[in-house]
Ligand binder design. Structure first.
Ligand SMILES: Nc1ncnc2c1ncn2[C@@H]1O[C@H](COP(=O)(O)OP(=O)(O)OP(=O)(O)O)[C@@H](O)[C@H]1O
Length: 573
């Protein structure tokens, strides 16, 4: 979601708990034929119900726009755009939308096929990394669905495992349905540009899957979906997304400036074929010109794995990055670190970069500022953002891109540790009804570790997780209060030395749950050195395995993926 630089800040934000909740339609009949059986789930814009056609007794999913948005014409339009976009793509791997109408209380709904299964995010959560033999047909279906969407002039823009449903069809347990075209961009629909549904400068999507150009707020094309598919493929095969950070900005910055760790070095025990790794890295090239030209080309590369065709070419990109590796963005203020060094070449087969790195480099710096400005608008909920934007732009103007580009990376110097975000304020909850979340965090061995519970939007602290130790007050611990709501609430769990996680919960009542935090992986010196020494060059035919592998790495059986807060903005942009 997110407003763009200089745009008016939305008056409400999707992820913020809201008092105006959608009316429960269970028991009602829509259009005289769709009986609402039960609630299936809640999204940013509304509620999804299980419905049944009264005559043919077929089950459907009914997506209803929240009552609180129903009177806003642009939001109704955005909601129905999902239905329109999906119904323009007659392809078996795209969810089918068959009907739409008005609810008795003045909202809108659409009817889609009921998907009896689970999304790929749950599959990875339950089963951990998935072997290539199974990932291949899954990815091919996703590629075909998107190729059909692109052929119809529709860019999905929010591809992620949560939007790929896995259902059983015949004997196939992995039949994929792509859904949630809620922020899809209809490229031929110039009118929608004018109506502000898809304007350049806006940032849409989910940070973990967001292409560098999306993070910059640049005009997207179908290759943002190619990039997201690279990230999805990475996650399915390794059990984790390539870039995580404590803040939205942190993740976006990594998409712009960091090369992902090679999947084969992350999970050596998975024996990911070299050609497969090259496909992921090519799809995830920062410069979209270097990615697969389209989904069909990506599908063909996936299909060709093991045929002897060899690995696709991955171009080493020189990308400037902030020296701290991340832009700090805490409590609505942004600071941009100085720029130094170049990002190591990626693994895979190399060839000379065809496009100007300098162009990309300068574009990325500008884009980072643009993204910061957009996120500032999102986080601050106020009118101070223009000043912040100008400050950031002024800071950008003082940067010397050509000079910093020449600063070499010192392989012997350890990178500065990423600073833990220090919460600057306590979460304000006066005047709102609250419920208590009782969260216990454990390490993979089952030991209780105490963590901070933060609001990922502004890093304000809600409180701490269960202390475990009597001496620390475990006996009296009653959890931490959050605003009661039927809407999803994201909380960020942060503990020193562990990977942070964002949890999505429905704070409708007091809730108790337990999560396991994974220790932060330490970068090895070997990786850094090999990065420095490998310039962008054509592959040495004698060396068939260009991916640097760590000396030893314990086998990772099951790494829960990071949940991410969804950044979509249903408020007109
Ligand atoms: N066609 C469907 N069949 C079965 N369940 C569905 C279907 N569509 C959605 N759901 C369920 O309803 C939940 C809410 O769906 P929805 O698309 O509104 O949410 P979302 O994708 O999480 O949010 P957003 O609309 O903000 O992206 C999903 O998490 C899913 O469990």
């Amino acid at each position: 979601m997110i407003a763009g630089a200089g745009d008016p800040v939305p008056e409400v934000v999707a992820t913020a708990p809201s008092a105006a909740l959608s009316e429960d339609l269970v028991g009602q009949t829509l259009l005289g034929r769709y009986e609402i059986i039960k609630r299936l789930g809640e999204g940013g814009m509304g509620t999804v119900y299980l419905g049944e056609h009264k005559t043919i007794k077929k089950r459907f999913a009914v997506k209803v726009l929240s009552q609180e948005f129903a009177h806003k014409e642009d939001l109704r339009e955005r909601f129905l755009q999902e239905a329109r976009a999906a119904s323009m793509i007659p392809q078996e791997n795209v969810v089918e939308i068959t009907d739409f109408g008005d609810t008795p209380n003045g909202s809108v709904f659409f009817i889609m096929e009921f998907l009896d299964g689970e999304d790929l995010s749950d599959t990875v959560k339950d089963q951990g990394q998935i072997p290539w033999a199974r990932v291949k047909p899954i990815m091919l279906q996703i590629c075909r669905a998107l190729a059909a969407a692109h052929d119809a002039g529709i860019i999905h823009r929010d591809m992620k495992p949560e939007n790929c449903y896995r259902i059983k069809r015949g004997k196939n347990e992995d039949f994929i349905k792509v859904l949630d075209f809620g922020i899809a961009k209809v490229t031929s629909d110039e009118g929608s540009e004018g109506k502000g549904l898809t304007r350049t400068g806006m940032i849409f999507g989910t940070p973990e899957y967001m292409s560098p150009e999306q993070a910059q707020g640049a005009k997207p094309d179908h290759r943002v979906d190619v990039y997201a598919c690279g990230v999805i493929m990475y996650e399915l095969l390794t059990g984790r997304v390539p870039f995580t950070a404590d803040t939205f900005m942190g993740i976006l910055t990594k998409h712009m400036f960091e090369v992902p760790e090679a999947p084969s070095s992350l999970v050596p025990e998975a024996n990911i074929p070299e050609e497969v790794e090259a496909i992921i890295l090519k799809a995830m090239q920062k410069d979209r010109e270097l990615r697969f030209a389209d989904m069909t080309e990506m599908a063909a590369a996936i299909e060709a794995v093991g045929s002897g065709a060899g690995a696709v070419a991955v171009v080493a990109e020189n990308i400037a990055r902030p020296s701290t590796g991340e832009m700090a963005f805490t409590g609505g203020r942004q600071t941009m670190a100085g720029v130094a060094g170049t990002v190591p070449p990626v693994a895979g087969a190399y060839e000379e970069p065809q496009s100007s790195n300098k162009g990309l480099y300068i574009g990325v710096i500008g884009g980072l500022v643009l993204a910061a400005a957009g996120i500032g608008g999102f986080l601050a909920f106020g009118g101070k953002d223009k000043q912040k934007t100008e400050d950031a732009q002024a800071q950008q103007a003082t940067e010397e891109p050509a000079a910093v580009a020449e600063q070499p990376e010192d392989p012997e110097v350890e990178p500065e540790p990423e600073p833990e975000p220090e919460p600057e304020k306590v979460k304000e909850l006066t005047g709102v009804e609250t419920v208590n979340l009782f969260i216990t965090t454990k390490d993979p061995d089952g030991e209780v570790i105490q963590a901070k519970i933060l609001d990922p939007l502004d890093n304000a602290i809600y409180g701490m997780t269960y202390p475990g130790d009597e001496a620390e007050g475990a006996k009296d611990y009653v959890g931490v209060p959050v605003a009661k709501s039927k809407q999803a609430l994201n909380v960020l769990i942060v503990a020193k030395g562990y990977e942070s996680q964002v949890l999505e919960k429905y704070p409708t009542r007091d809730k108790k749950f337990e999560i396991v935090l994974q220790p932060v992986k330490k970068a090895t010196k070997k990786t850094k050195k090999s990065s420095k020494k490998t310039p962008a060059k054509k592959p040495d035919p004698a060396k068939t395995d260009p991916a640097p592998k760590p000396e030893t790495k314990p086998a990772k059986k099951k790494t829960p993926p990071r949940l991410s807060p969804d950044l979509k903005d249903p408020f007109g942009n």
